[in-house]
Design a protein around this ligand. Structure first.
Ligand SMILES: *[C@@H]1O[C@H](CO)[C@@H](O)[C@H](O)[C@H]1NC(C)=O
Ligand SMILES: *[C@@H]1O[C@H](CO)[C@@H](O)[C@H](O)[C@H]1NC(C)=O
Ligand SMILES: *[C@@H]1O[C@H](CO)[C@@H](O)[C@H](O)[C@H]1NC(C)=O
Ligand SMILES: *[C@@H]1O[C@H](CO)[C@@H](O)[C@H](O)[C@H]1NC(C)=O
Ligand SMILES: *[C@@H]1O[C@H](CO)[C@@H](O)[C@H](O)[C@H]1NC(C)=O
Ligand SMILES: *[C@@H]1O[C@H](CO)[C@@H](O)[C@H](O)[C@H]1NC(C)=O
Ligand SMILES: *[C@@H]1O[C@H](CO)[C@@H](O)[C@H](O)[C@H]1NC(C)=O
Ligand SMILES: *[C@@H]1O[C@H](CO)[C@@H](O)[C@H](O)[C@H]1NC(C)=O
Length: 905
């Protein structure tokens, strides 16, 4: 016996002399401490005067030998590096330093810890490659490197650890392919390589790991091909997470063999094909997320067998057909998200009757039924989103039973009837979106019961009555949209809660004053009172420092435009179609972010605001129909509007020459290649602006202003002299209107290179000479008006010019040839009235604008005038909202990038 001990001792000495000199374990620990930056003195107990077995995190085998068997330093805020001297803890079987900020390489010396079973280095910033020497850790069962900064290829070393049960390499920067050798372990239960930068194919050999219970391959990796069918051999699998890693092809039906599977996560890939019938065999399945793929077909009837399923996410695919009724009978279902597919039919009536449903999102499909009435047992329902379907009928009263409801959206349907009073029972409601339906009646007083309401959208309905001033008591409100309803009367005495960020009451029948109390809402970004009958503009509006968009168009506002003092965030100021007088406030130069300025149809008396050159971002300037006068400048004036795309000075009293230097620096209008990289719209993801363009006496509403839309309208002034040739450089120009002025001279030949031009109006001037034959090169030109000038000679023939009628040329001195009926020399032409009915198709111009005819009924000029429309949110509202209202909350939940990369708890 003694001999044996001696032998062992010698053996030890021999081993350790091959390394450094043997040092006692307490010294090894102190050495480790010396490399650690122990910011919070977590290791203060590590003191040579005491027994190391009593130190924090240290566990020893027994009191006689004092061999350290376990070292657990997790979550102690330790910085620094891991000491190679830890290799002297020869009896260590558990080394855990997880969740610190330890960095540097993993010491290869750890290879001598031959007893080690458990090595957890996760959630640190260890870097470099995995040391090959660690292959000697033959007893290792758990290796967790999750969430570090490891690089290089996935280590092959780990294949030589025959006893591995649990291997987590996720959340690092490993590159290359998953080695086929990873199919060799005999006991492995948990394998994670998610959240790296892996590529190549997922090896079929994974299918040899028949003991595997959990498999994580997704997130940030980008594989080629799909899931190998061999995965069907992994009969012990409980969880598969291969989301967000570029998978293509079909889901292998072999997955249906996995009788123990609880969780199947394949979302955010490019999987195609239909939902396999075999998936219905997964009787143990609890969670299935196949969202964000390209799956087609219907929900198979075999899914009726998924009795334990709690979560079914199939959103953002291309599925169709009716949502089967049995979905409503699934007894365990808690989350059902089928949005953004093409499902038709009705909402399964049983949905919710299991009393467990928490999230139901069927939005953006083609469902045409009433809202389900089984909602009565919805006490657990938190999210109900049925928006963007074709639902009819009324909002059921028993919605009031859904006491947990947090988000209720049924916008963009065909719902009728009133807002049920029972809504007021929903104390937890955060978002109520009923917009774009045919909901009628008053806003019920009971809505005050929704004490947590932050988002209230009732736009585009038939809501009547006065504005519900009581809303001020919903102190958490941030977003309120009542636009496009039938709300009338004067503004209630009180205003709104302090946290309002967005407020629109546009397109109602309100009158009276806009109360100056609004100026106290100092978080507000977006304020829209347009299209009402308000009379007064509160002076203090110019002091609202967070305002981004102010829209007061189409009211009855009198007086002068207030001073803008604190407007550093203002991007869009729209005051068109009021009775505003006086000059433009020079203080607007304080609003450095201004992009859109719209003053059309007022009585503003001023000269051309050349001082606006100080607004570097200005894109749209409309001064149309005011009392602007004087010349816009001369050849010495410094103009610089590098971003200007739309300028409308029409219907004013400007006179003088058109200075070339005005047009010379319109850089944005010269940039012909702007359409490269797809269509872009003004508003840049934050919101989209719209514009109303007046053609043939009708306003055409362009719902999003493409940045491609570049227009100059100087019509109906008294400009004189020649048309500057430099205009030929404005290559992206779509519309040019100089009509009804006193311009003389020739039509510049340079106009022949304005190849994007879609309408050109030079009528009612004193232009002379021939029509340049170069204009036939304007193949986008849809509308041309040269009438009422002094032009002579043969009308150019061919190409686009074959499409114009003689109305384009009438009342000139001596134009002749097609399409005029007159032969040359006969100077009288006929001009049949232009058709006043417009088909949308008439304006399918070259770039396919989103035209929408809006007959506003007021004459906006005989030919192509321009007036600004109102701001439309379209589907982007949700995006805007997500950023402004929900952004903060979501951020709170969102884990850091690194933490999001891989581990599912
Ligand atoms: C170790 O502990 C002793 C007794 O508690 C103390 O006097 C000594 O200063 C400590 N040493 C260090 C390095 O903290
Ligand atoms: C590891 O990180 C340290 C500190 O950030 C750095 O100096 C070192 O170069 C890194 N090593 C490797 C192999 O990336
Ligand atoms: C981890 O690696 C990433 C990517 O190489 C690098 O950006 C980051 O700074 C590294 N972190 C540390 C703490 O070295
Ligand atoms: C995989 O990534 C590595 C670098 O990370 C690259 O060299 C290799 O070409 C990629 N392989 C494939 C098939 O894309
Ligand atoms: C592992 O899987 C591959 C491919 O599926 C197979 O060819 C091979 O024989 C398997 N190896 C073992 C040891 O089972
Ligand atoms: C379904 O869940 C119940 C309760 O958790 C469980 O007893 C049953 O075994 C599960 N069914 C299957 C097929 O896994
Ligand atoms: C959606 O389904 C309807 C009716 O089945 C069909 O007419 C329509 O084309 C489908 N839409 C898409 C985008 O597949
Ligand atoms: C514009 O203002 C000037 C000077 O303030 C004044 O003389 C003129 O009459 C005004 N024009 C109109 C049309 O109001």
């Amino acid at each position: 016996m003694q001999l044996l001990l001696l032998l062992l001792l010698l053996l030890h000495l021999q081993i350790h002399t091959t390394h450094s000199a043997h040092i006692p374990e307490y010294k090894a620990l102190l050495s480790a401490k010396s490399l650690i930056d122990d910011t919070q003195s977590a290791l203060s107990s590590w003191n040579a005067t005491t027994n190391h077995c009593t130190w924090r995190g240290v566990t020893c085998s027994d009191t006689t030998h004092h061999h350290v068997t376990s070292l657990d330093l997790s979550g102690l805020n330790l910085c620094g590096t891991l000491s190679p001297d830890l290799a002297h803890l020869r009896f260590l079987w558990d080394l855990t330093v997880a969740s610190n900020q330890l960095s540097g390489p993993i010491p290869p010396q750890l290879s001598s810890l031959s007893a080690l079973r458990y090595l957890n280095l996760s959630n640190n910033i260890f870097n470099g490659t995995f040391p090959t020497q660690l292959a000697s850790l033959k007893n290792l069962q758990v290796l967790d490197l999750y969430n570090n900064n490891m690089t290089g290829e996935l280590p092959l070393t780990v294949v030589e650890m025959p006893n591995l049960r649990h291997l987590h390499l996720g959340g690092n920067y490993f590159t290359g392919q998953i080695p086929t050798q990873y199919g060799q372990w005999q006991f492995i239960e948990y394998l994670a390589v998610s959240g790296n930068e892996l590529n190549g194919t997922i090896p079929a050999e994974i299918g040899n790991l028949t003991t595997l219970r959990e498999l994580y391959l997704g997130y940030f990796n980008a594989y080629e091909g799909g899931i190998p069918a061999e995965i069907g051999n992994l009969s012990e699998l409980v969880r598969i997470d291969v989301a967000n890693c570029g998978l293509t092809g079909e889901i292998p039906p072999e997955i249906g063999k996995l009788q123990k599977l609880h969780t199947l996560f394949l979302q955010v890939n490019a999987l195609s094909g239909s939902l396999m019938v075999e998936l219905g065999n997964l009787a143990s399945l609890k969670s299935m997320d196949l969202s964000n793929n390209m799956l087609t077909g219907e929900i198979p009837s075999s899914f009726a067998q998924l009795k334990n399923m709690t979560l079914l996410n199939l959103f953002r695919n291309k599925l169709h057909g009716a949502i089967p009724d049995f979905i409503g009978d699934l007894p365990a279902l808690e989350v059902l998200q089928l949005w953004d597919n093409n499902f038709t039919g009705s909402i399964p009536q049983g949905l919710g009757k299991n009393g467990r449903l928490k999230t139901l999102d069927l939005s953006s499909n083609n469902i045409a039924s009433t809202i389900l009435s089984s909602i009565s047992k919805c006490q657990n329902l938190e999210v109900l989103n049925l928006s963007n379907n074709s639902l009819t009928g009324e909002i059921p009263e028993n919605i009031g039973n859904c006491s947990s409801l947090f988000r209720f959206r049924v916008n963009d349907n065909k719902l009728t009837g009133p807002i049920p009073r029972e809504i007021g029972n929903l104390e937890n409601l955060d978002a109520l979106d009923l917009g774009s339906n045919q909901i009628s009646g008053n806003v019920p007083a009971e809505i005050l019961g929704c004490r947590n309401l932050a988002y209230l959208d009732l736009h585009s309905n038939l809501i009547t009555g006065n504005f519900p001033g009581k809303l001020r008591r919903l102190v958490l409100l941030q977003f309120v949209d009542f636009s496009d309803n039938l709300i009338e009367g004067t503004w209630p005495l009180h205003v709104l809660p302090r946290h309002i960020v967005f407020f629109s009451i546009s397109r109602n029948n309100l009158s009276g004053e806009i109360p100056s109390l609004f100026c106290n809402l100092n978080l507000i970004n977006y304020l829209d009172f347009s299209h009402n009958h308000f009379r007064m503009i509160p002076v203090c509006l110019g002091n609202m420092s967070n305002l981004i968009n102010l829209d007061l168009r189409n009211n009855n506002l009198h007086g002068t435009i207030p001073k803008f003092v604190k407007c550093s965030n203002l991007r869009s100021l729209k005051l068109a179609s009021n009775q505003l007088e006086g000059p433009l406030p020079r203080s607007l130069v304080n609003c450095k972010k201004l992009e859109i300025l719209e003053f059309a149809n007022n009585k503003i008396n001023d000269t051309f605001p050349h001082w606006l050159v100080n607004l570097p971002k200005l894109q749209v300037l409309s001064l149309r129909s005011n009392n602007f006068h004087g010349s816009i400048g001369n050849h010495k004036t410094k103009f610089s509007f590098p971003n200007l795309r739309i300028i409308d000075l029409s219907h004013n009293m400007f006179h003088g020459h058109l200075p070339s230097n005005f047009f010379k620096y319109l850089t944005a209008m010269m940039n012909v290649n702007m359409d490269k990289g797809g269509l872009q719209y003004m508003g840049d993801g934050y919101y989209y602006d719209s514009v109303t363009i007046c053609i043939k006496g009708n306003d055409i509403n362009v719902e999003k202003i493409q940045t491609l839309l570049t227009i100059i309208d100087f019509s109906n002034n008294s400009f004189k002299g020649e048309i500057p040739k430099v205009i030929g450089k404005l290559g992206s120009l779509k519309g040019l209107n100089f009509s009804h002025n006193n311009l003389m001279g020739h039509i510049p030949i340079s106009f022949g290179i304005l190849t994007n031009l879609e309408w050109l109006d030079l009528s009612s001037n004193k232009l002379t000479g021939n029509i340049p034959v170069q204009l036939t090169d304007l193949t986008s030109l849809a509308i041309l008006n040269l009438s009422k000038n002094h032009l002579v000679g043969l009308i150019p023939q061919g190409k686009q010019f074959n499409t114009f009628t003689n109305a384009s040329y009438s009342e000139n001195l001596g134009l002749c040839g097609f399409p005029m009926t007159k032969t040359c020399g006969n100077d009288e032409g006929q001009h049949p009235p232009l058709s006043s009915t417009i088909q949308e198709d008439d304006f399918e111009f070259a770039n396919g604008f989103n035209w929408k005819v809006v007959l506003l009924g007021y004459g906006c000029g005989f030919m192509f005038g321009l007036s600004m429309g109102y701001l439309v949110f379209l589907s982007e509202k949700s995006k805007w909202l997500a950023n402004s209202v929900y952004g903060k909350r979501h951020n709170k939940v969102r884990r850091s990038k690194k933490n999001a990369r891989g581990r599912i708890i």
